[in-house]
Design a binder for this molecule. Structure first.
Ligand SMILES: Nc1ncnc2c1ncn2[C@@H]1O[C@H](COP(=O)(O)OP(=O)(O)OP(=O)(O)O)[C@@H](O)[C@H]1O
Ligand SMILES: [Mg+2]
Length: 145
């Protein structure tokens, strides 16, 4: 499956997040483990902004912040991870995600997975790609693997 969303404005992101939340629901109905989501795209492409919208759709009350400096932040069923600051792939081990990988219904959303995911053997169930177009618009794609 590959869905494309073109010229997405920040205000439209909520619709994309709602679409994606349905895919997440199907996934958790069909799998006895957590769902791993890679968020790919350059600095400022909109990865964190998307997680905020998704958290809203999933009715998470807490305020979502960028995990760039905390590396990992948990909100209800969401685990939001950012590999940007890792210098070596092995540093991904400090995230200690092993336990949660088995948790049905958990969603592990990962920014900058290319910096560490291989070293801890994380494979995505979905890849979301964000492409900067201009100040207000992004292209997006959702692939299931
Ligand atoms: N259509 C859009 N989608 C997403 N963000 C947008 C859009 N239009 C404008 N923006 C703005 O672009 C910025 C995106 O920043 P965000 O922190 O989400 O990026 P990021 O991909 O997480 O970057 P980083 O890799 O640095 O963590 C925000 O300031 C947001 O308000
Ligand atoms: Mg970010």
């Amino acid at each position: 499956m590959n869905k494309e969303y073109l010229k997405v404005k920040e205000n439209d992101l909520e619709n994309v997040a709602r679409d994606f939340s349905k895919l997440l629901k199907n996934f958790s109905n069909q799998n006895e483990r957590s769902c791993i989501v890679f968020l790919q795209g350059d600095l400022g492409a909109g990865k964190t902004t998307f997680v905020k919208k998704l958290a809203k759709i999933l009715e998470i009350k807490e305020n979502v912040i960028s995990p760039t400096f905390v590396l990992r932040k948990d909100y209800g069923n969401i685990i939001h991870v950012d590999g940007y600051r890792f210098e070596k792939e092995e540093e991904g081990k400090i995230l200690s995600l092993d336990k949660e990988l088995q948790d049905k219904g958990k969603i592990i959303l990962i920014e900058w997975p290319e910096r560490f995911a291989k070293a801890i053997n994380l494979k995505p169930d979905f890849i979301l790609e964000f492409t900067y177009l201009n100040n207000e618009e992004r292209n997006m794609s959702i692939k299931s693997t």
